[in-house]
Design a protein around this ligand. Structure first.
Ligand code: 5AD
Ligand code: SF4
Length: 448
């Protein structure tokens, strides 16, 4: 019997990209993708440890799946991803729910661990590697328009709140050539957008090329493919990278640049290695070099010892930068990190209040910024019908905003078009087709 695998993915985009790598590895060994959980012989959860609520969700899901397993005794249940190393004892020994636990650097050996689990033992592989990049593995992807490509793994920054350096290990990068070849294959399959992923993409290095070189090479493969990337660390965002974005029309003018806090005292306790002055200068410089650039950020509310003054400093920075979007979180202590030892002295109701203020402020900034786009033209990749009606298409701008516009016969999914914006909420833009759009070759751009 052919084993059918069903993978549920939680957490960040890196995990979604890893799931495609895992499916690539398993398909090479003859496994098939299960279309639904009911037809699966193996269920794998690709897990996230970044905050406690992410882990609690997985525990909740596992207790659901326990029922399924009692009805179907041959079913194998496995944990992949960031929870593997941290919680293997708990998951396998104490809870006895799962048959295999495989961490992010051991996916190549997943077929072996599955064999171990089939023979009735527990398949456990949680070692981290200094070299594994899965460079040679072709991820399994359904046809589509957008693809994630992980270009580096791990993180060496050791922000004091973050568990990633412990769950995903040291930084290491794929070769530039392998990434370029992957984009070439995606281009042949009709993909129109790729997002280069890494916990800290700006420290990409394959020994010869830095991240700006990689972006440049990726952008040249097919000008009909637009390139996104995430996540950038404010310490490593070089001028060369900013110029590379400015010079290549198909590199999105959009930078996800987590600030985390607006207070220098908190930034220092977080080991973020930059001051807020450095951060704001960087934003100014990027806006000069790339005139239409927009920014999104990550913010943590209620880091240990955070006062109301520190919190107000965060709100101030948000007003100054006017982010297009933000991912906003309550601080969650993670065992093993430096911040864990600092205690968790901001009470939960205070964290909730600060987080709500941050969310409200961002919502009003997003609303204002979107209102300012009314009457302007945006370049949009047509992605499909809108969720609410098939009389409307939905797509996203360069700066990752969702745009809804009426279906017209001449427009096809996968086209780049110019849309004139005529209405906006804080989350969505509405508009109408103006013209088709073609990203220009670099040389012709210079002639303009
Ligand atoms: N608590 C809350 N948020 C966290 N993040 C990382 N670790 C924690 C934590 N312990 C947030 C940071 C990071 C994003 C991916 O998740 O803002 O940039
Ligand atoms: Fe975590 Fe900091 Fe690395 Fe981001 S840069 S993954 S927040 S340690």
């Amino acid at each position: 019997m052919i084993s059918k695998i069903y993978i549920e993915t939680y957490g960040c985009q890196m995990n979604f990209a890893d799931t495609e790598i895992v499916m690539g590895i398993l398909k090479n060994k003859g496994y098939e993708v299960a279309k639904s959980i009911e037809e699966a012989n193996v269920i794998l959860l690709n897990t996230c440890s970044i905050r406690d609520n992410a882990e609690q969700r997985i525990y909740g899901r596992l207790s659901n799946l326990k029922n399924l397993k009692s009805q179907k005794p041959d079913l194998l249940l496995g944990i992949l991803g960031c929870m593997a190393e941290r919680l293997r004892k708990d998951l396998i020994e104490e809870k006895k729910i799962v048959d295999l636990v495989v961490g992010p650097d051991e996916y190549r050996r997943l077929p072996e661990y599955l064999d171990v689990a089939y023979s009735g033992d527990k398949g456990i592989g949680v070692r981290l590697s200094r070299t594994e990049t899965y460079d040679d593995i072709e991820p399994y992807r359904e046809n589509g328009l957008s693809a994630w490509i992980s270009v580096m793994r791990g993180c060496d920054k050791f922000c004091t709140f973050c568990v990633v350096p412990f769950t995903r290990g040291r930084e290491r990068s794929r070769s530039l050539n392998s990434v370029v070849q992957e984009i070439q294959r995606l281009s042949e399959r009709g993909f129109r957008e790729v997002t280069l992923l890494g916990q800290n993409v700006n420290s990409y290095s394959d020994g010869e090329n830095d991240f700006a070189d990689l972006l440049q090479a990726c952008a040249k493969v097919d000008r009909k493919i637009r390139i996104r990337f995430t996540t950038s660390h404010p310490q490593d965002l070089s001028d060369k990278l900013l110029f590379t974005i400015a010079e290549n029309p198909n590199i999105c003018n959009y930078i996800h640049l987590p600030v985390q806090s607006g207070s220098n005292r908190i930034l220092e306790l977080m080991n973020r290695t930059y001051s807020i002055e450095h951060y704001l200068n960087l934003i100014d410089k990027a806006r000069k070099i790339i005139p239409d650039v927009s920014f999104s950020t990550d913010i943590i509310a209620g880091f240990p010892t955070e006062t109301w003054e520190d919190h107000f400093a965060t709100l101030e920075v948000m007003k100054q930068v006017r982010y297009d979007g933000a991912y906003m979180f309550k601080y969650s202590p993670r065992e093993g990190t430096k911040a864990y030892k600092m205690g968790d002295d901001v009470p939960d109701d205070v964290k909730t209040k600060r987080l709500q203020e941050i969310i409200d402020l961002q919502q009003s900034i997003s609303y204002q910024k979107n209102q300012e786009l009314i009457g302007k033209e945006e370049i949009v990749l047509v992605e499909g019908f809108s969720r609410k009606s098939d009389e409307f298409f939905s797509g996203r701008t360069d700066t990752n905003k969702v745009v809804i516009f009426p279906v017209e016969e001449k427009i096809s999914i996968g086209d780049y078009i110019k849309v004139k914006i005529n209405k906006a909420t804080s989350a969505t833009l509405f508009g109408e087709f103006v013209d088709f759009y073609y990203y220009l070759e670099e040389d012709s751009l210079k002639c303009i």
